[in-house]
Design a protein around this ligand. Structure first.
Ligand code: SAM
Ligand code: SF4
Length: 331
C-alpha cells in the first residue's frame, strides 16, 4: 500500500480521533453553556468502525493516534478501545487528551491497556478561576486525576493550558514554577476562535509578552527537543535550567507550520478532515456501513490526502466561518 503522502509531499503520520462530541464540562472557549444538540449515538462511529479505519491507515504508515473528543472518557468502553489501538500493527504511539474528570477512575485501566501518553486540560491552578472557565466546580477531581495518572506511571503528563487574557494569564508564572517541582509538561495553547468570536477578540493572548514575563521572572529558558518530535506536532518546548518539567508553546493561531503538517482528523460521526481550519471533509461512515471492502476505505484515505490544503488560510476566512467547533473535531 502507498504511504500517506499528500499533494504537497507531506507525509501524514498522525490521526486525531474524536470518539464522542459529548462532554461533561462547558469550557468557555469551546462550548456554549447550553443549547447543544449531541449527535445521536447511531451516527457516531462504533469502535469496530474506528479500529478498521485506523488499522488500514496504519498499513499505509500512520504512526500515531490521539483519542480525543468532546470528552473521550465519557464514552463507555474507551479503555477497551485504547487496548485495541495499542495492539494495531504498525501504530507506534497512542495518546489521549482528556479534561481529567474521570481520570482518577480510569488512569490505571488506561495504563494497563498500553496507553503511555496522556494530556490533561487544566487551565488554572486556582479552583475558582478553573470553575469559571469550565463552568463546573470540579478542580479537585481533575487535580486528583492528574496525581493518579502520575501514580500509575504516566510520564510525562502533559497539561494543556489555553491562555486567555484577563482570565488565566496572571497564572503563567505559577504554571512555569510547577515545572520546577513536578515532571509535568505545561503546554500553553493559543486561544483559537471557536465558541465565540467576540470573546476571542477580547481575550486572545499572544505569546510574545508571555515569553517576556517568564524570562523576567526566571531568566532564559533552554530550548529542548522531545524524543517523539516527528509526531509531536507544533509545540515549541523549553526547560528552566535543572527543572524536571517542560514548558511548551502551541502557536495554534499564529503558526506557520502548515508546510510540515503531518496530521488529519476524524470526527466522531465519521468525517475525515485534512485541516482544522477548513470545512472540507471526506465522509467515511456511509461507505463503511455499506459493507465496503478495505480497498474503498483506502481510496477514501487517498481522497483526504488529495484535498488537504497547502495552507490553512485562516486570515482569508470570513470571521463567521472561522468559528471552528472544537468539540466536534477534537482540537
Ligand atoms: N475534552 C478533552 C479536553 O478538554 O482535554 C479533549 C477535547 S478538547 C476539544 C482538546 C483540546 O482542545 C483541549 O486541550 C482544549 O483545551 C483545546 N481547546 C478547546 N477549545 C480551544 C480553543 N478555542 N482554543 C485552543 N484550544 C482549545
Ligand atoms: Fe469539553 Fe474539552 Fe471542550 Fe472543555 S475543551 S468543553 S472539556 S471538549
Amino acid at each position: 500500500m502507498d504511504a500517506l503522502i499528500d499533494s504537497y509531499q507531506r507525509v501524514i503520520t498522525y490521526l486525531r480521533v474524536s470518539i464522542t462530541d459529548r462532554c461533561n464540562l462547558r469550557c468557555v472557549y469551546c462550548m456554549p453553556e447550553e443549547g447543544l444538540a449531541w449527535t445521536p449515538t447511531h451516527e457516531i462511529l462504533t469502535y469496530d468502525e474506528l479500529t478498521r479505519i485506523i488499522a488500514i491507515a496504519a498499513k499505509r504508515g500512520l504512526q500515531k493516534v490521539r483519542v480525543t473528543g468532546g470528552e473521550p472518557l465519557v464514552r463507555t468502553g474507551v479503555v477497551g478501545f485504547v487496548n485495541t489501538l495499542t495492539h494495531i500493527p504498525g501504530l507506534k504511539e497512542v495518546a489521549l487528551t482528556t479534561n481529567g474528570v474521570f481520570l482518577k477512575d480510569l488512569a490505571a485501566g488506561l495504563y494497563q491497556a498500553g496507553l503511555r501518553r496522556v494530556n490533561v486540560s487544566l487551565d488554572s491552578l486556582n479552583r475558582e478561576t478553573f470553575s469559571k472557565i469550565v463552568r463546573r466546580d470540579i478542580f479537585d477531581r481533575v487535580w486528583e486525576g492528574i496525581k493518579e495518572a502520575e501514580r500509575v506511571g504516566f510520564d510525562p503528563i502533559k497539561i494543556n493550558v489555553v491562555l486567555q487574557r484577563g482570565v488565566n494569564d496572571h497564572e503563567v508564572i505559577d504554571f512555569v514554577r510547577l515545572t520546577t517541582e513536578r515532571p509535568y509538561h505545561i503546554r500553553f495553547i493559543e486561544y483559537m476562535p471557536c465558541a465565540n468570536w467576540d470573546t476571542w477578540l477580547e481575550t486572545y493572548k499572544p505569546f510574545t509578552p508571555v515569553m517576556e514575563e517568564i524570562q523576567a521572572a526566571f531568566g532564559e529558558m533552554v530550548p529542548v527537543s522531545l524524543s517523539n518530535a516527528d509526531n509531536a506536532g507544533p509545540a515549541v518546548n523549553y526547560r528552566l535550567p535543572g527543572a524536571p518539567g517542560v514548558v511548551g508553546f502551541i502557536h495554534a493561531v499564529s503558526h506557520d507550520f502548515c508546510d510540515t503538517c503531518n496530521r488529519i482528523r476524524l470526527t466522531a460521526d465519521g468525517k475525515m478532515r485534512p485541516c482544522l481550519f477548513s470545512d472540507i471533509a471526506v465522509d467515511f461512515r456511509e461507505v463503511i456501513r455499506s459493507g465496503c471492502a478495505d480497498e474503498c476505505i483506502d481510496d477514501l484515505l487517498s481522497q483526504v490526502l488529495y484535498i488537504k490544503p497547502k495552507y490553512h488560510e485562516l486570515d482569508a476566512i470570513p470571521k463567521e466561518k472561522k468559528l471552528v467547533t472544537m468539540v466536534n473535531i477534537g482540537g
